[in-house]
Structure formats: structure tokens, C-alpha cells
Design a protein around this ligand. Structure first.
Ligand code: 4GW
Ligand code: MN
Length: 303
């Protein structure tokens, strides 16, 4: 394999942080050589699982999600799509044919009534299936939102023991602007003078072992809060941020991996790999809950 020699005195990017103070790489375009990484991961015969939840009306997102993933996600590697849904028949109707080495697995799960719970219970379900099933089938899990589409390559450069993603609304924010849970009664509490980055709830992953530990922590913390009649301000995302503060990720994905075109363009953003699909709030979301959810939509624009 031929490629340019890395230069110890010439960093490939000087406009962005490429490494955390705990030596976890931050993945930006131009900082890695995908050919080297593909060779390494192929040699190990890596198997990747990607989990998404399509509960209630969110089944409409599955088709675009899978179709665009087939173009851009882990091309050339073995991939299992794990689709958690309460509408298995509708998911199976899409009847997408996948090439060898790639499978779509439909997992039937209950639909919780409150949207906050639909979002938060993802942690419990990923935890339970990690122990029962994923551990036997894949090496890494990538856990993402479904209201998204792939528009550029997402490959093995994202894989690591434990990875999180910089939230596209907060990559440059000081601690005071990060929307961590600030009430000390909550298990998700982060004091004002702590916090590394603000991580997105809609994109994390790692080995099955590490994802198990993460989801188990988050679910248990949510249950403890439920007993105390408190729910963290940004739901599963708040508990995830708490976990990552004290269990530092071994790799961090830049906002290239989780973008919303509502933000326009940025000079540092060389690629947009995975972008939000605009939602018609009244049609897609539970009408009665739509008002409450408006708050969450603002999350993308709250900085
Ligand atoms: C308000 O009525 C709702 S419904 C807010 C979220 C809802 C929802 C979310 C749902 O009805 N079904 C569902 O499967 N989800 C899953 O949770 C889906 O995978 C979605 O991507 C994830 C997080 O919700 P979201 O994408 O709406 O959250 P944001 O606005 O932060 O991207
Ligand atoms: Mn989403």
C-alpha cells in the first residue's frame, strides 16, 4: 500500500482539536488514512452492528436511513442493522435486499407513551440486547437516531472501545453554555466547573462490553431518578454526558458525523456525513405531546 509519509512536524489539521487531553483522537476529515484503517479492520474481520429505534410514526424514517447507509455506512464491512420497533410489519414491508455480509434484524419492542420515555428507554433495550444477542453477533455497536440520512462516508475510522460525538450545537461552547443537568438531586448532575465536551444523545458506540456498561449506567441512573421523581433536563442525553465525564471516551466524532443543515455551512466542516432529516412535527410526532417536544427541537438551536 502506498501513501504519503506522516510528518511529525506537519499536523494535517491546525484549525481543529485533533486530540483530547486524555489522548483520544477527535475524528475530522483529513486526519486519518481510511485505506490503512480498512486494512487493519478487515484483517480482524470486524463485524459492526448499528442500532436504531423506529417507534410509532418514526417508522417513516427507516427507508431513507437504510438506503443511504447502504451507500455510505461501513461499505465493504459486515453490518447488522438492528431496528427496534413496535411496527415490525411496516418495517418488513420495505423489503430491502442487502448484499452478502449485511443483514437487517427487526426487534419487536414496546412503544412507551411519553416521547421522553421512548427516547430514554433506548438505553435499557440496547443494554438488554447487548447481553442477550449483540455480543454473539457483532464486535462493535453504533447507536444512532433514526431521523437521519447518510450523505458521505462513515467507516471504521469511527470505531473504538468507547466513542461519543460532539453535539453540533455545542462544539465550541464554554461549560456555562453546555446544557448539562445542573440540579444536584439528579444522577445526571454535572457541577458548573466540570465537563469536557457536550456530547450528543443521538450518536455513541463502542465494543459490546463498553456499550453494555454505558447503557447499564444510564438506565440505572434514570431509574434512580424516577424513584426520586426527577427526570434530567435533556433525558438520555444528560445521563450520557454524565457517563462520559467520568468514563472518558477513547475516540470522539466531530460534527461531520452528526450535522443539521439548518446550521448552514462552517469553514472547518469539510464533510457532512450524517445529517438530520427535517421533521414535520405535527404529522410525525404525537399531537398531544408535540408542544412539549418543541423544547427538544430547540436543543439544536439553543446555543
Ligand atoms: C414527540 O412527539 C416525539 S416522538 C419526540 C420523539 C419521538 C420519537 C422518537 C418517536 O415517536 N419514535 C421514535 O422512535 N423515537 C426515537 O427516538 C427515534 O429513533 C428518534 O431518532 C429518537 C430521538 O428522538 P428525536 O430524533 O425526535 O430527538 P431529536 O429532536 O433530539 O433529534
Ligand atoms: Mn433525532
Amino acid at each position: 500500500m502506498l501513501y504519503e509519509k506522516p510528518e511529525a512536524l506537519k499536523p494535517p489539521r491546525t484549525d481543529v482539536l485533533m486530540m483530547t487531553p486524555w489522548f483520544a483522537p477527535i475524528v475530522w476529515d483529513g486526519t486519518y488514512n481510511i485505506d490503512i484503517l480498512n486494512a487493519q479492520f478487515h484483517q480482524r474481520g470486524v463485524r459492526v452492528g448499528i442500532t436504531v429505534f423506529a417507534i410509532k410514526k418514526y417508522v417513516v424514517f427507516i427507508k431513507t436511513f437504510v438506503e443511504t447507509a447502504e451507500k455510505f455506512f461501513m461499505v465493504g464491512h459486515d453490518v447488522n442493522y438492528y431496528v427496534f420497533t413496535d411496527r415490525a410489519d411496516e418495517v418488513r414491508q420495505y423489503n430491502i435486499t442487502l448484499p452478502a455480509g449485511r443483514r437487517l434484524v427487526v426487534l419487536e419492542v414496546p412503544a412507551y407513551k411519553r416521547w421522553q420515555e421512548v427516547s430514554m428507554r433506548r438505553m435499557e433495550m440496547i443494554r438488554d440486547y447487548s447481553r442477550q444477542r449483540f455480543v454473539n453477533e457483532v464486535d462493535y455497536l453504533v447507536c444512532v437516531d433514526v431521523d437521519m440520512k447518510f450523505t458521505d462516508d462513515v467507516g471504521v475510522e469511527i470505531l473504538s472501545d468507547l466513542f461519543g460525538t460532539l453535539h453540533p450545537g455545542f462544539y465550541g461552547a464554554p461549560r456555562s453554555r453546555c446544557t448539562y443537568e445542573r440540579r444536584s438531586q439528579s444522577e445526571a448532575y454535572i457541577p458548573a466547573d466540570e465537563g469536557d465536551f457536550y456530547y450528543a444523545g443521538g450518536y455513541f458506540g463502542g465494543t459490546i462490553e463498553e456499550v453494555y456498561k454505558l447503557t447499564n449506567f444510564c438506565h440505572n441512573a434514570m431509574m434512580a431518578d424516577k424513584q426520586k421523581n426527577i427526570e434530567a433536563v435533556w433525558h438520555d442525553e444528560s445521563y450520557l454526558n454524565k457517563y462520559f465525564l467520568y468514563h472518558k471516551p477513547t475516540k470522539i466524532l466531530s460534527p461531520e458525523y452528526l450535522w443539521d443543515n439548518g446550521f448552514g455551512t462552517r469553514e472547518f466542516l469539510k464533510r457532512r456525513r450524517f445529517v438530520a432529516v427535517p421533521k414535520n412535527h405535527n404529522a410525525i410526532r404525537n399531537r398531544r405531546e408535540a408542544g412539549a417536544k418543541r423544547k427538544v427541537t430547540e436543543k439544536f438551536h439553543r446555543s
